[in-house]
Design a protein around this ligand. Sequence first.
Ligand code: MCU
Length: 411
Amino acid sequence: CLRGTAPPTPTVVPPTSTVIPTPTDPSSSTVPSPSPTTNPNPGTCTALPGSITFSDTALPDPFKPISGGARISTKAEWTCRREEIFQILQRYELGTLPGKPQSLTASYSGGRLTINVSDQGKSISFSVTISTPSGSGPFPAIIAYGAASIPVPAGVATITFNNDDIAAQQGGGSRGQGKFYTLYGSGHSAGALTAWAWGVSRIIDALEITPAANIKISRIGVTGCSRNGKGAIVAGAFDQRVALTIPQESGSGGSACWRLSDSQKSSGQNVQTASQIVGENPWFSPNFNQYSNGVSRVPADHHMLSGLVAPRGLYVIENTSMEWLGNLSTYGCQRAGKLIYQALGVGANMGYSQIGGHDHCQFPSSQQSELTAFINKFLLDGSGNTDVFRTDGNFNFNQAQWIPWTAPTLA
Ligand code: MCU
């Protein structure tokens, strides 16, 4: 981590006294389809061209299909443009997200959900801990990468996901290590962010077939801080069953845009760039290495990652006291991200809040009311003002330079 501090200690989950084993029902061991991670209407969109020549120093226009033709003007057209962006981000940056595995079974006991996955002759098993509120469920839940570093309110379960077990992040040499790679091979194109998102999808698959875990599938959030915040935003982008995505201080590779981070770096600021990140840890696909010194050739940037989360809830937390995260980069990137939400008529479903004066991954009380509003609205069926966009930073984002397109009102 940035300051060499250990992540917060996970909440200790008290053992549950009565263990209700999940009935073994062979019909429930197969995960329902269609996959929530792909286009619900396969075959209706133009496939991504095999070879793409692209160059744009500004943030690419989210409304202009790469496969040619006019800018999109309807929400129906966004479905295919969204799919295209999803494919582009996998091909250039994140690596391929495998489809549903051939088999998935799960069991719940003593606050632990165990997930067994088999695909193409290989098997793995991993588990998450669930701390459930008192009262009767099913409960909304937040899946926390590592450990939650935001306060999770009463009434919401916390699902603690040991993402490092699925894909390691122990420096550049740890590529290909972790259970994802046991299943799909150490040479798989997916970087750790994609492998973890795959893990989140399997947790949700398991919850779907495990009523004993008592989680409301339609009210699941995902969060993580810093490197795990990068993971959280990718999980929210990749699985449309996630109702609320809360990346905290994710910085470059998360809520920042590569182009903006490069610009901050070249003006002398100590901001993490693509060329640095590809060597630090295997978060991205090896395919991204070739673009890391020329990110203008990537036909996407991370405003589009937020666009994949739309129209679902997205609350981006950043910290102006950490130069490395890219203050201007995350701000400008998410301004562009919010334009996608606005085009879809759901601007209020996305918030950006950048407040300094605290350590990395320490949630400040000044953001509490915003967090509460997002959780109320997207997980607890309540209300609150989620139309947030604020910073205490002192910088000038040149919107005309970086966002030379306007957002249409999609019909
Ligand atoms: C902000 O996330 C990362 C950052 O990308 C890394 O360069 C740095 O080493 O660690 C940060 C982090 O995860 O801190 C806990």
